[in-house]
Design a protein around this ligand. Structure first.
Ligand SMILES: Nc1nc(=O)c2c([nH]1)NC[C@@H]1CN(c3ccc(C(=O)N[C@@H](CCC(=O)O)C(=O)O)cc3)C=[N+]21
Length: 283
């Protein structure tokens, strides 16, 4: 039986410190405020939104929601981003992705004011993650993986870490964060030859493929630390990860559950970035 690494204690440890920082801001007349920008009603987005709203309420962060219909025009989206940029009461913006196919996601990401980019979607933030220096926050989910490993005492130096998925939201920035902690990183994707063997080789395995239960018994090895980043919604509306939990539970050393794992920490990291961005407006 693997250890189950839940997100809740990690999130709670982060949240306790954030509450104090939010109170200190409030005492100086600043209510930390997050804008959530959602286009359409994808179930993964709604799940993240529920988690973020709950977390922000706990911490003392106000939320302004901006919702557009799934068939909204690009110009309506750009106008919404401009309103968020121009509102001095807003410190950070979370825009759910991917955007609907007819929209220009690159243009939307580029339009966000860098100071309000709490989810690492602008080129400047990604460059900072890549260089390990400069202004900007890493994408919340990538950082959440690092927070979990740190909380549960995993020293990454010299460890073989296999990351499955090369998205700009998780896989690629996470590979950089792991590298900064001296891990030996293998970044896998849909064209990787013998994915199962690459996965088995990792002492740490991070599943961020975005496909329900693609990581099964074949991909796992004894004692492995398995982080399941997948948030997939199945036919019945349930959240399922990228990892076959029963298979991981049988062989791995530790595994994060879905729900209640990485996602729960993602919202705390988001809250941390908003508090940080709000503090920066004072200094
Ligand atoms: N720009 C962008 N960045 C993302 O990181 C991103 C995104 N867009 N689009 C949608 C997906 C999905 N996602 C989730 C994160 C946390 C929970 C979460 O907190 N889940 C709770 C359950 C909350 C509930 O359903 O009530 C849990 O796992 O315990 C869910 C989903 C991030 N994504």
């Amino acid at each position: 039986m693997a250890e189950v690494w839940k997100g809740a204690p990690v999130a709670q440890a982060l949240t306790e410190r954030l509450i104090l920082r939010a109170q200190a801001l409030a005492a100086r007349g600043v209510i930390p405020t997050l804008a959530i920008l959602r286009v359409g009603e994808r179930p993964e987005d709604l799940s993240y939104e529920r988690g973020a709203l709950k977390r922000c309420e706990k911490v003392g962060i106000a939320v302004k929601q901006f919702n557009l219909p799934a068939d909204a025009a690009q110009e309506a989206l750009m106008e919404t981003i401009r309103r968020i940029n121009d509102d001095p009461a807003i410190h950070g913006c979370l825009m759910f992705r991917p955007l609907p196919g007819h929209m220009d996601e690159k243009a939307a990401c580029a339009a966000l004011a860098p100071a309000k980019d709490v989810d690492g979607i602008t080129a400047g933030s990604l460059a900072a993650v890549f260089a390990g220096a400069g202004e900007g926050y890493p994408p919340c989910t990538a950082q959440a993986c690092m927070e979990i490993l740190a909380y549960y005492g995993c020293d990454l130096t010299g460890k073989r870490v296999t990351v499955v998925g090369r998205s700009l939201v998780v896989g690629r920035p996470l590979a950089m964060l792991l590298l900064h902690k001296n891990a030996t990183v293998t970044l896998c994707h849909t064209r990787t030859a013998d994915l199962a063997a690459e996965c088995r080789r990792g002492e740490v395995l991070v599943a961020a493929a975005g496909k329900a239960r693609v990581i099964g018994a074949d991909h796992l090895s004894p004692g492995q630390l398995v982080l399941d980043v997948g948030i997939n919604v199945d036919e019945t509306g349930n959240l399922v990860g990228d990892v076959d939990f029963a298979a991981a539970d049988a062989v791995a050393g530790a595994v994060t559950p879905v729900p209640g794992g990485v996602g729960a920490v993602t919202t705390s990291v988001l809250a941390a970035h908003v508090i940080d961005a709000a503090e920066k407006t004072l200094s």
